[in-house]
Design a protein. Structure first.
Length: 340
């Protein structure tokens, strides 16, 4: 089937949207109340921030006189359970206790959508019916979907729930939907477990294996015990446990169950002393150019630049962003071939 011009543009836009950090201010949503369709108005130029550099994408050649594009809606499979009024789902939430899967919230009037997933759908979805929990998420996490529910009410949304066959597949399914659809209530484009709540004890055991998954090196009865040793939060631990290839400290494989084909006797291993964590360097060099000199001053970090040249961190960051002079110097995080 041949794609129309608008469909081709939209697919290209979704691809760029999912692979870059798109500024939300560059998107304008237009609601057609009569047909209850949601449309996306693309500006002729929008900005994508990537690797500390601003890349400008011009859509003028692509638009070809078609500035309005219909936004495709995600529809979960027929096997899913649907509630046209999400507020009616509260009586049936216990049916999903201990069940993993994906859920979809759709604002009935505008068609804007949010997709999420959970290892326990009952515990996750019930948060949307608790005003205090919505307020906490809206304030601490700046959650757009929580703000929308507080504004319009849960009855103004429809809810669809899709169970998954295995506990490990719900994140993969959510990521599939995030990659394929422009779900505008989702601010994060990566499927990750819910933030760790220190007030809730996690009872799942943690088994630590070597990187080849051949030998059991240590066992912790609860995630909380392992959290104390590792210094990781609950969300980070869950990501490692659910992953098939991620290693803790690039050395150890984590599992919530015993690996059947491995040596689980621990008869040949001594006390477990993990390798030290690799420290990650987050500082960036600063290149400072004077108009009369071609060779720049190079500082290892922003702090050293401020110490030598004076000034304030906020001023330096502003000059790095907009290209203005800082204490008479042209400053940059990367070497410039032609600074002036």
């Amino acid at each position: 089937m041949k794609l129309s011009t608008s469909e081709t543009i939209l697919l290209e836009f979704i691809k760029i949207f999912n692979t870059n950090k798109l500024r939300y201010s560059s998107i304008l949503y237009v609601n057609n109340c009569k047909n209850k369709n949601n449309y996306l108005l693309l500006k002729l130029t929008y900005y994508v921030v990537s690797n500390n550099e601003k890349t400008i994408f011009h859509l003028q050649p692509l638009l070809n006189g078609v500035p309005f594009i219909k936004l495709p809606k995600l529809v979960l499979p027929k096997s899913s359970i649907n509630f046209d009024d999400a507020s009616l789902a509260v009586k049936h939430l216990k049916d999903f206790k201990g069940k993993s899967g994906v859920y979809l919230l759709t604002h009935i009037l505008t068609g804007r959508q949010y997709v999420g997933s959970a290892a326990d759908l009952f515990k996750r979805i019930q948060d949307y019916f608790q005003r205090s929990q919505l307020q906490v998420q809206a304030k601490n996490s700046n959650s757009i979907i929580c703000k929308a529910i507080l504004k319009y009410g849960i009855s103004k949304f429809s809810l669809s729930i899709q169970k998954t066959n295995s506990p490990e597949s719900f994140l993969e399914l959510e990521q599939l939907y995030l990659d394929k659809y422009l779900l505008t209530f989702n601010t994060r484009r990566n499927a990750t477990p819910a933030p760790y709540n220190p007030n809730v004890k996690l009872r799942k055991s943690v088994y630590i294996y070597d990187s080849f998954k051949k030998t059991l090196l240590a066992k912790f009865e609860t995630i909380n015990q392992f959290q104390f040793l590792s210094g990781l939060n609950g969300s980070q631990i869950k990501i490692l446990i659910l992953s098939e290839n991620k290693l803790w400290r690039n050395t150890y494989f984590l599992s919530s169950t015993l690996i059947l084909n491995a040596d689980n006797s621990m008869s040949k291993v001594g006390p477990f002393i993990p390798v030290e964590a690799t420290r990650v360097k987050y500082t960036y060099p600063i290149f400072a150019y004077k108009e009369a000199n071609k060779e720049p001053l190079i500082f290892d970090s922003q702090a050293k630049c401020i110490k030598m040249l004076g000034g304030a961190p906020q001023t330096l960051l502003k000059c790095l962003k907009n290209g203005s002079l800082y204490k008479g110097y042209k400053v940059s995080r990367v070497a410039l071939s032609d600074p002036f």
